[in-house]
Design a protein around this ligand. Structure first.
Ligand code: BES
Ligand code: MN
Ligand code: ZN
Length: 496
């Protein structure tokens, strides 16, 4: 969709629909509401007087205007004014797009001035994110979509004049973040037979070319030469070749330690020889969600030209059973030189991440963050409303938690005490790849910790948040792009 900021009085924009946020207790006789009321011959005040519009979240009133301004003015309730935060604005903008779809309109304008309790720049950013995310659809594999009577919204104008500079900066940032998250969602949504490791690598290279990043892709032969034996052990059962994707953004001074983002790019997880049950296995096409988020975040980082060096790493493989596949009990090597007893071939994410984290740690990063659909057990711990964050540096964990609040992609810390690492002791090798059921998300992180060297590092377990029902106004069922926004906000906070 085309997303842009327009410095104008909302009353004067010629658009099929103008969305205006209304908070509880808002006075229709003042500010933007009064202005609109005047051009709509008292219709705003009548909607309030009738009790149809009380500003409660979910309230929606459609008013019809004149030809030289908005053809429709849609009032959308936002709830209590002191509770409206960036997430409230994201949802408001998402609802604006959903309402336009339902009314079969392909363009919408969104009034920014209606929210004045937040910084203007943050309002515009959140509105751009909400509108951009809401407009995303995944229809490339349907010949036609007869069940969907809505129309695709192709343009959203963010309108306001209270702070043109802040509004235009925020709009650009929010639009880039939404585009990054939407790229991640498209890659997530593609099925395993389309989004293979080679496909992810090709898409990453194409994206890098379009925003000016450096891209390098290692094939299996090169990985073998490097000694990435843990990653290759996962790929053994697959006909599709593994790939290791490296994306570089040089926005900081040469020689400045980079931030490293690592994302699990497992394009289909059948479990390997430790085969998963058939029911629901199709969802394991989403096991590359971490890699997709890193690719999406790198696009936004490149587009925004953030003044910091960032390296994105995506180890990508399938995990399938086969006569050549790694078997339970096998002992494998790793880039770090440690030997690993593979007790369960379904704990493969930590194996491909181990080599990627070793690679990242050798870049001497200022900080390294990985994200991965790593454990079913994180869904038991936190449900679908937060990712788990664990790490070896409390400051970094705090930064990620803060970026989660700002972006609306929240994470919650689990402990990573040394005691948990005992569960990974192996009688045969340096360590084993599973630690039993107790604390499954924690022992997975404890495994990763063995491969980060001296780096400041944190891990996000996104198994409960990367895809889902998509009940928020700016989401759809399926791919959610989580944690693209969180990663970009964290890098933005580091770039100053
Ligand atoms: N990709 C899965 C984790 C997963 C499960 C993500 C469900 C989303 C939903 C991962 O590779 C896996 O299979 N983990 C195992 C680890 C176990 C064998 C220690 C799990 O969580 O069951
Ligand atoms: Mn698995
Ligand atoms: Zn997996």
């Amino acid at each position: 969709m085309r997303l842009r900021y327009v410095d104008a009085d909302p009353r004067s924009v010629v658009t099929p629909m103008l969305a205006v946020g209304v908070t509880e207790g808002a006075d229709p006789a003042s500010g933007l509401l009064a202005d609109l009321d005047a051009t709509l011959a008292g219709a705003v005040r009548r909607a309030f007087a009738a009790g149809d519009m009380r500003g409660k979240s979910g309230d929606e009133t459609v008013l019809y205007g004149a030809e030289d301004g908005p053809a429709r003015v849609v009032l959308l309730g936002m709830g209590k004014a002191d509770k409206v935060d960036a997430e409230g604005v994201r949802r408001f903008a998402g609802r604006a797009v959903r309402t336009a779809e339902r009314l079969r309109l392909d363009a919408v304008a969104i009034a920014l001035d209606s929210v004045d309790d937040l910084a203007r720049e943050a309002v515009a950013q959140a509105a751009a994110e909400g509108a951009g995310l809401a407009a995303w659809r995944f229809s490339e594999l349907k010949a036609e979509d007869a069940d969907d009577p809505t129309v695709a919204v192709r343009s959203a104008d963010l309108v306001g004049s209270a702070d043109p500079d802040g509004y235009s900066r925020g709009s650009l940032v929010g639009a880039a973040i939404a585009r990054g998250a939407n790229l991640a969602r498209t890659l997530q949504a593609r099925p395993g037979n389309v989004a293979t490791p080679t496909h992810l690598a090709d898409e990453a290279v194409r994206m890098a070319g379009s925003v000016g990043l450096e891209a390098t892709v290692l094939d299996e032969e090169r990985m073998r030469a490097e000694g990435m034996l843990a990653l290759l052990s996962v790929s053994r059962g697959s006909e599709e070749e593994a790939r290791f994707i490296i994306l570089e953004h040089r926005g900081g001074a040469e020689g400045d330690a980079p931030l490293v983002l690592v994302g699990k790019g497992l394009t289909f997880d059948a479990g390997g020889i430790s085969l998963k049950p058939a029911s629901g296995m199709e969802e394991m096409k989403y096991d590359m969600s971490g890699g997709a988020a890193v690719i999406g975040a790198m696009q936004a980082i490149g587009e925004l030209g953030l003044r910091v060096n960032v390296v994105g790493l995506v180890p990508s493989s399938e995990n399938l059973p086969d006569g050549r596949a790694t078997k339970p009990g096998d002992v494998i090597g790793s880039l770090a030189g440690k030997t690993i007893e593979v007790i369960n071939t379904d704990a493969e994410g930590r194996l491909i991440l181990a080599d990627a984290l070793t690679w990242g740690s050798r870049l001497n990063p200022a900080a390294m963050v990985d994200c991965a659909t790593l454990t079913g057990s994180v869904v038991i711990a936190l449900g679908h409303h937060a990712a788990a964050v664990l790490g070896n540096d409390e400051e970094l964990v705090a930064e990620l938690r803060a970026a989660g609040e700002v972006s609306g992609e929240r994470c919650w810390q689990l402990p990573l005490w040394d005691e948990y690492s005992k569960q990974l002791d192996s009688p045969t090798a340096d360590l084993q790849n599973v630690g039993g059921r107790p604390g499954g998300s924690i022992t997975a992180a404890a495994f990763l910790k063995e491969f980060v060297g001296e780096s400041k590092w944190a891990h996000l377990d996104i198994a409960g948040t990367a895809w889902g029902e998509g009940k928020l106004p700016y989401q759809r069922k399926g791919a959610l792009g989580f944690p693209t926004r969180l990663l970009v906000e964290w890098v933005r906070s580091r770039a100053g």
